[in-house]
Design a protein around this ligand. Sequence first.
Ligand code: BG6
Length: 452
Amino acid sequence: MRRSLVILGGSGDLTGRLLLPSLARLEASGDLADVGLLGVSREDLDDDGYRDWARRRLAAHAGDLDEEARERLVGRLRYRPGDVTSSADLRAALDRTDGVPIVYLALPNTVFRPTVDALAAVGLPEGAQVVVEKPFGRDLADARELNAALHRLLPEESVFRVDHFLAKPTVLNVLGLRFANRLFEPVWNAAHVERVDIVFDETLGLEGRAGYYDRAGALRDMLQNHLLQLLALVAMEPPLTVTGGGLASRKADLLRAVRPPVDVRAGSVRGRYTAGEVDGRRLPDYAGEEGVDPARGTETYAEFTVTVENWRWAGVPFRLRTGKAMGTGRKEVVVRFRPVPHLPFTDEEPAPDVLRLQLSPDGIALELNLNGSGDPFDLEREVLTATPPGGDLPAYGLVLRELLGGDTSLAISDVEAEESWRIVEPVLAAWAADEVPLLEYAAGSAGPEARP
Ligand code: BG6
């Protein structure tokens, strides 16, 4: 069956920076097979003008790919100018497709709802799919309405909510590590695990994304989706299978069990960066960046601690944190085990065993205590490391390959999207009411109050 990928937001930042480069890689590896490609945006371009734009984006973001492969992709692109919230424009665009459409909403989340409504007015043929980016709405009420609108358009199985973090090598390897080994699962519970930290500190600042980011903030941009997905994968019960919604339903069950911080003032940290230096680059105050409205009080650092109220995890704190313009790009899930019950040969309290699932660069590190090299009854810390095998494709490439190949294992379900909003909602509300102070941290520092 021939299919057509229709990218709404076809000349936008996401398309130019992530989707087209990934499509070019799929073209190079022969994985793009029989798929039509159509961009739709407001920009008044014809096919040739769009191809010129795409050529420039590919040179900037996939320059390592040989030019011939990039050109093959460019040659396949077609374009139709239009307003994605107008059903007449969408009908005209869909008339240009020559296969069953996969409509990708590479759009700001504020436009999802009117776009889905406009698509519903046009109607989509049997077998069509809709792909929705993150953040999935603005809050729980909005996500519910968006889900209802999507379900009026297509059945849930035909909706692919994207979270590209699920396609990162270490993240996918949570499945391999947990469920393809005997070793970890018996100790993967509150009896043996003391705490879990899910950290995604970026050295990048705003990078010219004020139009989107200043209305989102770190909580909506990262924590509500990517970090809660990491939590869900790390803590969920073993799925029977990953296909046919098996993975999504286990993650949804886990998210249902997550209890947001009871005392948001004590259980969350909200921060915004001021001027400073990161990796030798001078960054201005976030509040002074072009397009930022300081009165919005948008956070660039978000942290909160949740518990998972189920048999396996009751009582174990899971701390989630993310920040922009941080001194170190530390991106990892850290599982800290409880101390041993008895140590037969030293009074020294050994450090806990620690398993680190590192997201960039990808790696898995297990920190253990072993006998010392000098006095054998002293302890020494040793680290076993492994690099999870990942293919040549970036995360978006893998998402697109799965999507175009008809596999929906990596899609986020309606329940997951709504549960994730339920979890962050009390924090969003307390922050919006200024019940938690907006702390400042210098760009290049370790974050508000120099938290470890
Ligand atoms: C995106 C966020 O979803 O993820 C960005 O909008 C963030 O703010 C990015 O920088 C991080 O993902 P990656 O794959 O680029 O490390």
